[in-house]
Design a binder for this molecule. Structure first.
Ligand code: RAT
Ligand code: ZN
Length: 419
């Protein structure tokens, strides 16, 4: 028998579901933000918002000055050009532009005036500590995962000196150079006292790489190990990358009970003149992921894929392998059209056993817009699902919905990491 309208209406309304989703505390599982102890590495404020590499790429669609000229300008000079091109000369309809306005508006600033100097004055009068608290509150974020690389010359000395941790910021050990630039990684590791040699890694070298990973995992208290891989990455294969992965990284993760996070499908330096803004996307062969999940059942894989074409296969793989946890709408997929599509696809194929979003924020204020925009879309997708269930007579209670939402915004991730 079909449920009556009255019965269906006992399910919390779409508005009530939206309220639950808009207010649930979030664990932001991948960002490029830093613990405030890293001082100027934690970016914030209007100029950093404007020179975000997503906006740099968009501004060059309109700018005609040479790339070098742009890069030789100060941060303020670059921000002035971007503001003019993307906000004044054209309407800021792209997701990255709209995001700046959402963040400013949520911070209580009047965007109608288009007054960049006034915005700068406002940010100059804020303290970093106060601003962190304010942004985290506005975004409803309770924990931020950083991206921490021992190979980063600015970041590394701070870890080596040691500092008092801010427990709102958790570490993730990022190892792209180790797996993707082996000759340079060898010189670094050797300089740090690890007895490694270039070429195909020997037993001794692999042991030393594991010692390096263990040292840094401990130093950072890293909660997972992470790499981004190009679209053409293959596994298995007879390459140094796969050897290191199989014989050092995966055993390390198993020993320490840590997930290995794979970000698949980036094409680095598609246009090197754009620097950080110059990376692109390619469809990955997800046989790689199947081979890893099946070949290493004792390992846990957090995975996000950059290509829209890979999203469906990622879900299907996650149905086959419980050691695979899909997460986030990464980078070029972090736009409303695709967040909506990908989230609905995941709900329909995986239920609630995934993490729909991470912010990837590089500038503190961005957490405010990235979470506000994503929460709305996720809320709508969920409301449609609970309403479809209500048509069968199944009424999800408020407590059940709250439980489900907590899972999506950090609970399922935490459980996966602990499992
Ligand atoms: O989204 C981004 O900001 C990209 O530049 C990348 O940092 C990407 O998220 C990554 O972690 O490699
Ligand atoms: Zn990232």
């Amino acid at each position: 028998m079909k449920a009556t309208l009255a019965e269906a209406s006992r399910v919390p309304s779409a508005k009530a579901i939206e309220d639950i989703v808009m207010s649930v505390p979030v664990t932001d599982i991948h960002t490029h933000l830093y613990d405030p102890a890293f001082k100027e590495l934690l970016l914030w404020g209007i100029d950093d918002l404007l020179v975000y590499h997503y906006l740099v790429a968009e501004a060059f669609r309109y700018l005609d000055l040479p790339y070098d000229k742009f890069w030789s300008l100060s941060k303020t000079g670059q921000a002035d050009l971007i503001w003019d091109a993307l906000f004044l000369q054209h309407s800021p309809v792209s997701e990255a532009c709209r995001g700046v306005l959402t963040a400013l508006h949520a911070l209580g600033l009047d965007v109608r005036k288009r007054d960049l100097p006034a915005l700068r004055r406002w940010f100059a009068s804020q303290t970093l500590d106060g601003h962190i608290t304010r942004c985290m509150e506005l975004a409803g974020v309770r924990k931020v995962f950083m991206t921490n690389s021992p190979f980063d010359d600015l970041e590394c000395p701070v870890w080596e000196r040691g500092f008092r941790r801010d427990d709102r910021f958790a570490a993730a050990l990022r190892i792209d150079p180790l797996l993707l630039s082996w000759p340079e990684a060898v010189s670094r590791l050797a300089r740090w006292g690890y007895k490694v040699q270039g070429g195909v890694p020997s037993r001794k070298t692999l042991d030393e790489v594991r010692r390096f990973l263990a040292d840094w995992t401990q130093r950072m208290n890293a909660r997972y190990v992470m790499v981004s891989l190009p679209a053409e990455f293959a596994f298995p294969a007879k390459t140094v990358t796969t050897q290191l992965m199989e014989k050092a990284v995966l055993p390390h993760c198993r020993d320490h009970g840590l997930p290995f996070a794979l970000m698949l499908g980036v094409k680095r330096a598609t246009n090197p003149q754009l620097k950080l803004a110059g990376d692109g996307v390619g469809a990955s062969n997800l046989a790689v992921l199947q081979n890893l999940c099946a070949g290493f059942p004792e390992n846990k894989f957090l995975t996000t894929v950059l290509a829209r074409e890979n999203q469906h296969e990622l879900c299907v793989l996650a149905r086959k392998f419980r050691n695979l946890h899909p997460f986030g709408c990464w980078w070029f997929t972090n736009v409303p059209l695709l967040i909506d599509e990908i989230t609905r696809l995941r709900l329909e194929l995986l239920g609630l056993s995934f993490t729909p979003q991470h912010s990837d924020a590089r500038v503190l204020d961005q957490i405010v817009y990235k979470w506000q925009h994503s929460r709305r879309l996720i809320a709508r997708a969920l409301a449609d699902k609970y309403s479809a269930l209500a048509q069968t007579g199944w009424q999800a209670s408020r407590a059940e919905i709250e439980r489900d939402v907590k899972d999506l915004f950090g609970g399922a991730f935490t459980r996966f990491c602990r499992s």
